[in-house]
Design a protein around this ligand. Structure first.
Ligand SMILES: C[S@@+](CC[C@H](N)C(=O)[O-])C[C@H]1O[C@@H](n2cnc3c(N)ncnc32)[C@H](O)[C@@H]1O
Length: 312
């Protein structure tokens, strides 16, 4: 029964999502990262409870929890194990072409961090994995042990914004084979020192983030997913995206900004030749952040940034 299952993940900014999506009664809503169903449940329990919530997640294990958690709404919920980069095809198979709202809650679920053996956490000794989709062949162990040093350096610099990527990549290559998360974190600490930076984050945080992004091709998926999401939205339908680090947010901001422009010609071109038309309206140029009290109750929400846009 829904009451008996153990749910790990607390949905971030659920009230802001409920308001931001401007739920219409009998609407169809697509949750591209349904995770443990926290946001979906909030939408289903809202005054204007949707007619259908379509949920996608790359993690087939998490979907078991989602199914149980949303059991009371089973007639209104349709779940699919898949990648939101293929969302058009996925909702097509569910029998839908258009939806009234789309949500992306990017990043990791607490389910993935807390469950042993997923290899996302450097504070435990786990096999180097980091895959959202466990059917995928490439995992963190393959990347850490097989990528050339120059590739590792580039990934850690670009996806982790880690200025000491050079030292870290060199040390990884010198210490191969590396089999578990704890050993990798020790190698990183040895390469760059134990000293925390200004924000007090663990020295391995940025490198782990970078490897995870590479394992799951996260940035390609976000770009493709957002473009498809804007296509499947009905007129006046809302798009809500929560991101958890600046690189992710920059991708979201640029895609939405571009979609809201009437012209995307380079500045030096005197007359418009692009024939681009605005398809979205950005709801607020200011990012929406969790309140102090939410951060206090759920510290994992502290880095969340919400952006909203509406289909024209
Ligand atoms: C922050 S959690 C979502 C939590 C959810 N909103 C809730 O309230 O329970 C992010 C989820 O996105 C999933 N995910 C990440 N990349 C994905 C992708 N490309 N396609 C589908 N799901 C993805 C992860 O597996 C994870 O379950």
């Amino acid at each position: 029964m829904a009451g008996a299952i153990k749910v790990e993940h607390v949905p971030v900014m659920k009230n802001e999502i409920g308001l931001g999506l401007e739920i219409v009664k009998n609407g169809i809503y697509l949750d591209c990262t349904i995770g443990e169903g926290g946001h979906a449940l909030h939408l289903l329990q809202s005054k204007n409870s949707p007619k259908q919530v379509l949920g996608i997640d790359l993690d087939k294990f998490i979907l078991k929890t989602t199914k149980e958690r949303l059991e009371n709404y089973k007639d209104k919920v349709c779940l699919s194990h898949g990648n939101f980069a293929n969302l058009k095809t996925i909702i097509g198979k569910m029998g839908y072409e258009k939806v009234n709202g789309v949500l992306f809650d990017l990043g990791l679920s607490s389910f993935q961090i807390e469950k042993p053996d997923r290899g996302f956490s450097f504070s435990k000794t786990e096999k180097l994995d980091m895959r959202f989709n466990t059917n995928q062949i490439i995992d963190a162990e393959k990347i850490v042990n097989n990528y050339p040093e120059s590739n590792l350096r580039e990934i850690i610099l670009k996806f982790g914004e880690e200025p000491r990527a050079n030292k870290i990549a060199k040390s990884i290559v010198q210490n191969r084979p590396i089999k578990d998360t704890y050993t990798l974190s020790k190698i990183i600490i040895k390469a760059i020192g134990k000293q925390n930076n200004r924000k007090g984050i663990h020295p391995a945080t940025k490198s782990f983030q970078a490897i995870r992004i590479e394992v799951n091709k996260e940035f390609q998926n976000i770009q493709e997913g957002l473009n498809q999401a804007m296509d499947v939205l009905e007129k006046s339908g809302r798009l809500a995206v929560i991101s958890y680090h600046s690189l992710e947010d920059r991708i979201v901001k640029n895609i939405l900004r571009n979609a809201s422009k009437q012209c995307v010609c380079p500045d030096q071109i005197p007359e418009c030749i692009c024939e681009h038309k605005a398809s979205m309206k950005v709801i607020s140029n200011k990012i929406i952040k969790p309140t102090e009290s939410e951060i206090k109750e759920n510290p994992r929400s502290r880095s969340a940034k919400l952006r909203l846009a509406e289909k024209l």
